[in-house]
Structures are given as structure tokens and as C-alpha cells.
Design a protein around this ligand. Structure first.
Ligand SMILES: [Zn+2]
Ligand SMILES: [Zn+2]
Length: 176
């Protein structure tokens, strides 16, 4: 399921807010405000070997409302503090993590949980850059050729997934 939300950004203050849920973060006269649509993902993704994982954006309101809560979550942004068991992994927005080896081992253990029948979730904020890159790595661990992984995620999850050239090259470093 992919919903969209409207975000307003003030380019003078460098702040943004969700128009439906938040109070305006800037009311200053004369500031330039722009509205844009963003995806709010809560998407089931079937990996190439048939294992299912769930990918989530951090929704502005009720970020933890689920039809069925996950058994375990792996999140790449410290905003996530869900009521179910989880781990957060330090990964700067629009960047790549410094310790790639430990990222791959976290993803490998997440995949192991999913294969054992646990309901697992991963997420960042928008659900595209870091989550998309992590999904590309999971696809490789599940049998996708490394060179095809980013294209696979864009075709099977969201065309906006994986945001920077640095993120695109991260799955290529994964040895399986
Ligand atoms: Zn402003
Ligand atoms: Zn999307």
C-alpha cells in the first residue's frame, strides 16, 4: 500500500511539515513555501526467493498503526521508536553507512527472521533512499544478481527507491 501525503516546505527556514497533520512550522510573511506530494509507504515486498519483508516510511501521524504489527523491525533513522522489538542502524539520510559490513550482517539476520516466518519491517523516513538501498541488498541476499539489484527494487517496490549514486553503488559492495 502506498499513500501520498502533502508536504509544505519553507525554503527560507529549511523546515517542512505535513499539511494534513502538522501545525505549519513557518508562518513568516514573505517566505517561499512550496507544496509537494510524498509517498507514505507501508509496502509488502516479495524478494526474489519468495521471502516477504515490509518497507515503511515514517508517517507523520500514527507511525506505528499497523493491521498486524511486525515481530521485528530494522530502522535507519533514530525517529523510529516502535512498541515492537526493533534495532536502529545509524545511516545518514542521502548517504551510506560507515560500517557496511555490520549493515550487511544486520540485513542478513533480518532476512533470516523473515525466512523463519517472522513478520519483519524496515524503514527510514521517506522510505526511498536508505530503505530502497537496504531492499537492494536484501534482494541480492535472496538471489538477485548484484548488478540488477537497484533496478529490481525500482521495479518491485518504488521507482523512487535508491536516491544517490553512492547509494546505487552500495549493493555492489555486497559479497554473498
Ligand atoms: Zn520560513
Ligand atoms: Zn515511493
Amino acid at each position: 500500500m502506498t499513500n501520498t501525503a502533502t508536504v509544505v516546505a519553507c525554503s527560507d527556514c529549511g523546515v517542512f511539515w505535513y499539511i494534513e497533520h502538522d501545525r505549519p512550522a513557518c508562518n513568516a510573511e514573505g517566505h517561499t513555501h512550496a507544496e509537494f506530494q510524498v509517498h507514505v509507504h507501508l509496502s509488502a515486498v516479495m524478494l526474489p526467493d519468495g521471502t516477504e519483508v515490509n518497507a515503511a516510511s515514517f508517517g507523520a501521524r500514527d507511525p506505528y498503526t499497523r493491521e498486524r504489527p511486525p515481530d521485528f523491525g530494522l530502522y535507519f533513522d533514530p525517529k523510529w521508536q516502535p512498541p515492537w522489538p526493533y534495532e536502529t542502524y545509524a545511516w545518514p539520510d542521502f548517504g551510506v553507512p560507515s560500517d557496511v559490513v555490520s549493515l550487511f550482517s544486520s540485513l542478513d539476520s533480518l532476512l533470516g527472521r523473515a525466512r523463519r516466518g517472522e513478520r519483519v519491517e524496515l524503514g527510514c523516513l521517506g522510505g526511498h533512499g536508505r530503505t530502497g538501498t537496504a531492499l537492494a541488498c536484501l534482494a541480492i541476499l535472496a538471489g538477485c544478481p548484484r548488478a540488477d539489484a537497484v533496478g529490481w527494487v525500482r521495479a518491485n517496490y518504488c521507482s523512487h527507491a535508491v536516491e544517490t549514486a553512492e547509494q546505487e553503488s552500495l549493493p555492489l559492495a555486497l559479497h554473498v
